[in-house]
Design a protein. Sequence first.
Length: 429
Amino acid sequence: MKRLLLWNSGGAQRHHFTAPLLIILLAAGATSLQANAQETGASQIGATVESVLDAARYLSPNLRAAALSTSAASARADRADALDDPTLSAQTMQVPGNRASMDQTTILLQQDIPLWGKLGLRKSAALATLDAARGEEAATAAELNEKIEVTFASYYKASKALAINTDVARISTDMAKVAASRYGQAVGSQADGLAAQAEVTRASIERVRLKRELSIAAAQLNGLLARSPDAPLAEPERLRDLPHPVPGINALLDRLRSANPDLLAQDARVRSAEAQRDLAEKAWYPDITLGAGPQTNYGSIGYAATVGIKIPLQRGAKESAEEEADANLGAEQARLAGRSAEVESELSQALAALSAAEEIGLARREQLVPQLNAAYKSSLAEYANGRGDLTMTLDAVHRLHDTQIDLLDTDVEGQVALAMIERLIGGRP
């Protein structure tokens, strides 16, 4: 109240100052309210989503872990068809009495040799496991990219909403000054002055909330990069452009079926399970063991050779192994079918969300925001000329501000849908 009463002195001189003050202070505020922040051209992490994605490629421990798992699977596959280690055995036979000619010492090197294509099946299973590891690595990268893209969109929204709030706070402060001037000149009401002051407080409270959202989004981005939560990030400059026109579902489904990393990994697991099932069936076919080495007999040296055949007598164990392999194969095939249905449904939902975001965003950006901006300026002009009231002008500001926030929400929804589509089809649509 004291602040409002300070405007009581001034009389007629204040009356002539009111309208120019209102127009000069608020027209500039309206222009800045609808403009995005100036691009800084900074190349720091956080300026664009691409800068964050590039940093993740060498900072993310999850990507390193996935790459190491692939390397381990590759090392296993390299020697999956190698023979087992040979066995070196020594055998001596000593006959008591005067039968030295029967004394023998034999040294044998024995090697188990799988037959019936078992080594090839081992190799096939290992190579399929390697393909699964590669698919998992690609899926890990795609999931991380999606998280980064979604989080960056939230970071961008919080930053731009904070800039809008700054403009709203400046407009509210300027209107409070004008309301106080009009009240001091007896051409405005004290209620207008109080309402304008309430708007200043409201904008201040909103600023605290938006700062919290910005801090949370920044901490989440840094977390995805395995950085300290308070590590510096550049001001976000822009979001990625959405694809236009939105691609059709059939073309994207074809790409999903051929490039989705989850499906590729699961298909590889099915192939590995098939090879394991074939190996279980081959267990009924005997392997052989070959051996050779020197043999001594009463001072003379000769040679010995052996051939052994593994007899598949453990019927119960082999039947259990076959049942296990069949069950594992069925489970992997069921997982593939289930995951295929899931990702196709996710793609359809994401495509619908992307299409809606583009359509709604275009209407808000090119129609609704200009219309509300014109309404705001008209209300401002009427208030400046004494024909309107503060409530109408503040309502116009709120409608413009809320629509710009809604536009940011729509932009985020489009980015979320685009990130999901990229994860599902293995790249940009």
